[in-house]
Structures are given as C-alpha cells and as structure tokens.
Design a protein around this ligand. Sequence first.
Ligand code: FPP
Ligand code: MG
Length: 342
Amino acid sequence: MSGAAPRPTPRPAIRGLDDLLERRALAPIVDDYRRVEDMIVGNIHFGLDIVPRVVRYLLEAGGKRIRPIVHCLAAHMVDYAGEDHLLVASVGEMVHSATLFHDDVIDEGMTRRGIPTANRVWGNQTPVLVGDFLFARAFSIMMNHRHYEIARRLAPTVEDLVRGELIQLAHRGKPVVPLEAYREIIRCKTASLFSWCALSAGLLAGLPEERVEDLSRFGHHFGLAFQISDDVLDYSGDGDSTGKGTFSDLAEGKTTLPLILAVRRDPEIGRELKEWLRGDGAPRPAPDFLASRVLESGAIEESIQIAGEHAERAEAALLPFPEGPFREALFDLCRFTVSRTH
Ligand code: FPP
Ligand code: MG
C-alpha cells in the first residue's frame, strides 16, 4: 500500500448527472448541487492533509449525490427560505461517504465508482478513521448551527446504518436469507439515511410533525426502491457503468432480493447455491453460472416490480405537498431510480 493516491481516471464531474438533468430532476437545484460539493470540501479541514485527500479521492471518483439532491429538492418543495439546506445536504453526503469507507473495509471491496477503493490505496486503517471523522464532523456541523432536532434524528439513523450492516454480516454466506431479514437490512442500511435526508428538510422549514412524517415516509420508500434497484443492477447491470463490477454481491456472500426470489421460483438454484457455498472440493458452479440462472428465473423482473411499488409509495407520500417543479423533480427521481442503469 502506498500513501499517495493515484489520480482517478478523468470522468464527467458527477456520474449520472446528465441522466438526471435529462429527466429534469436536477434542473431546479443545479446551483445548490454545485454549492453542496464545495461545502463538503470546505467542511472537512482538520489540520491533517490526509483527511481531505481521502475524502476528495472518493468524491472526485463520481457518485450521483442522490442524498443531497433529495434533501435540496424537498427543502425547496416545502418552501424553506434559508440557506442551511446546503449544510444539511452536505452532511447527508458526508455520512454516506463515511459508510462507504467503512463498508469497503468490511466487504474488502476492490472497486468503488470505477476506481480502486480507498482501502486498497491506503490500507484499512486510514479510511476507517476518515469515516469516523466524517461521522463526528457531521454531528459537529449540525450542533454548531443549532440544528438540534435534525442532529437528534440523525443519531438513530446512524444506529440503523450499523444495525443493517450487522444483520447483513450475520447472514453472509448463508444460502437462505428470509425476506424479512433482507427487508430489515435494506431499511437500515439505505432507507434510513434517505428518510433522514427528506425529513430534515421538513424540520428546517418548521413543518408540523405530520408533514415531517410524510417526508420521512417518502425517503423510506425511495430508499427501498433505490437499494432494490442497486441489488438488481448487481445482476443485470453493466459493471462499467455501476463502477462496482457485476455479481459482486454473490461473490461477497450477500443474498439480495433477486437471489431470494430466484430460489423461490427455482429451488434448483438454492441447491446449486448450497453446493457452491459448501466448497467441499467437489466441482462447484462459479458465481456467474449461478448469476445467469438468477437472470433466467424471472426474479429480476419481479424485483424491479417491487422496486416500482416502493417508488409509487414514495410518490404517494408527497401528495400532501404543493404541486410544482420541486415535487415534480422528486417524482422524476422516483422513476429514475427504478429505471436507472448505474
Ligand atoms: C453499502 O452496502 C453500505 C451501506 C449503504 C451502509 C454501510 C454502513 C456501515 C458500514 C455502518 C457504518 C457506520 C458507523 C457509524 C461505523 P453494500 O455493500 O451492499 O453496497 P456496495 O455494493 O455499494 O458496496
Ligand atoms: Mg459493499
């Protein structure tokens, strides 16, 4: 491991941005979007060069910044008049970045956003500590700006992130994962932070609790749709566009919705999976052989349908809010998340 970061391959500043712009989702907040990026970089000074170097390595590699987008669109939709939504949006992305640093260490991830993971560049210790710093700084920012309720709601969100990872870890390498356990994993590891990104916009604007809960429900269902789509892309996507490779969940021993549904549809896949996991020296099907059985089973289509149902429930949660470009953009984002290719 060397201490110097290789330069990321030049790529469009934000992967997926063009796609989102085409779908109008980003047009109303394009200025916010760029300012959030600067704010993250401006908020991570720590008197140690290694911190901004590692954080920028991840940010400059790309990423869609969906969490800040959700927060900024929601803040405008509810007519928040201040500027602190940029701060909260940047905190959402900082927390997300922290989880990615930790997740890649836990998963021994090799590629993130198309480039080697931070743990491959700096070893495990540095990205774990930079992740810890980002979590701590996220809370400092909220407290220093007296957003106590937003910070209070962030704490159980972070607990959920950890809970999701621990449940996922407990099921790793198991051929059968109950659907309930999968749902809890994705609620915790993905939907919880989207929920916070959305509800915090309502808290900023001083909305009544009922509306804050509508936003929370929006983020929850949006996050479930987003994670299921991510799990589908691991089977059906093009590894170059996702920046993570394909069939990596299976290779990491992670059973996600497509596999759970495929085993239900075709029990032979379950037997092959057990055989492969047993690793008793007998000839075993390679993960991509299993993956192609999953593709043939119809489980991908069923997973996309379930993601679509969550996207619809997310849209329904926004109906009490005023019509306009921001709500429309959030609707677009719901549709984008189910149809995306990266
Ligand atoms: C990605 O899942 C992982 C997450 C979205 C959450 C990870 C959360 C943690 C590691 C908890 C960290 C929190 C603290 C406070 C230490 P994935 O591996 O399925 O996605 P990937 O394919 O993008 O790697
Ligand atoms: Mg991972």
